[in-house]
Design a protein around this ligand. Structure first.
Ligand code: F6R
Length: 242
């Protein structure tokens, strides 16, 4: 694993944005895997700034998001569809037909997962996949204990994930308990993986991911099995690395 340690969130966001921008500048029809959450917001801001300067186009880019809650419609401000639109897609020149986010409102969510995986695999591998990490070590919504063999699937969120995500909702009971997520096998199929993390509350998970045993109990440890992973973290998230 290639580890880049920066001083703060701003610097982490800039380095991550540079990875994304360089991929798109090098390959006009690149396939990008994208996360939501608090961590990538700064990266998306910097990507949008660069697009507004006229330095990069997303016209032929395809995107696949990692995950989506079940039963939040696209207009709900907490849906990942809404998040992606307001933080990135509505500010760049991407063709809306090239945006893929699992549909958490599908009547048959199992079928939706299968179709999502098929669409992703038939687009060619993701050239680059960006990830965040949960305090419990989840990547996407692959919670501790889930198999490393999964493709896109329906998952049930751990209580501490629901608590961590409650900051965006009016009350804890409003946080969906079920989500659709790319599986570990899907994640490992990306050609290049970039994981970003900041803050002291991620320090344990970051250390376990890098130095711990490879085990489904610490989902992000699976990244030790991939041959092109870059981790971009701030000093605080790096504070437990030994
Ligand atoms: C979001 C996702 C999650 C988050 C993780 C960290 O699409 O897949 O794994 O990356 O929960 O979230 P933040 O960045 O809010 O700490």
């Amino acid at each position: 694993m290639n580890i880049i340690i920066k001083n703060n969130y701003e610097e982490v966001s800039q380095v991550a944005a540079d990875f994304l921008l360089n991929t798109v500048k090098d390959k006009k029809n690149a396939v990008l895997g994208l996360p939501t959450g608090s961590t990538p917001i700064g990266m998306y801001e910097k990507v949008v700034e660069e697009h507004k300067k006229g330095n990069v186009s997303f016209k032929d880019i395809k995107t696949f998001n990692l995950d989506e809650y079940v039963n939040l419609d696209r207009d709900n401000i907490n849906s990942y569809y809404y998040f992606m639109n307001s933080n990135l897609f509505s500010h760049i020149d991407i063709d809306k037909n090239n945006i893929h986010i699992p549909n958490g409102m599908a009547d048959d969510v199992e079928k939706e997962c299968m179709e999502y995986e098929e669409k992703l695999q038939s687009s060619g591998s993701m050239d680059i996949l960006f990830l965040g990490i949960g305090i419990n070590g989840h990547i996407g919504f692959n919670e501790p204990g889930e198999s490393f063999q999964t493709t896109t699937h329906v998952t049930h969120l751990e209580h501490n994930t629901i608590e961590a995500n409650a900051r965006f909702f009016d009350k804890l009971e409003d946080v969906p308990t079920t989500a659709l997520t790319m599986g570990m096998k899907t994640i490992l199929s990306a050609k290049k993986i970039v994981l970003i993390a900041t803050g002291e509350n991620k320090a344990n998970a970051v250390n376990e991911m890098v130095n711990g045993k490879v085990t489904p109990k610490m989902p992000a440890s699976v990244l030790q099995l991939h041959n092109d992973v870059t981790i971009i973290i701030d000093n605080l998230a790096a504070s437990k690395l030994n």
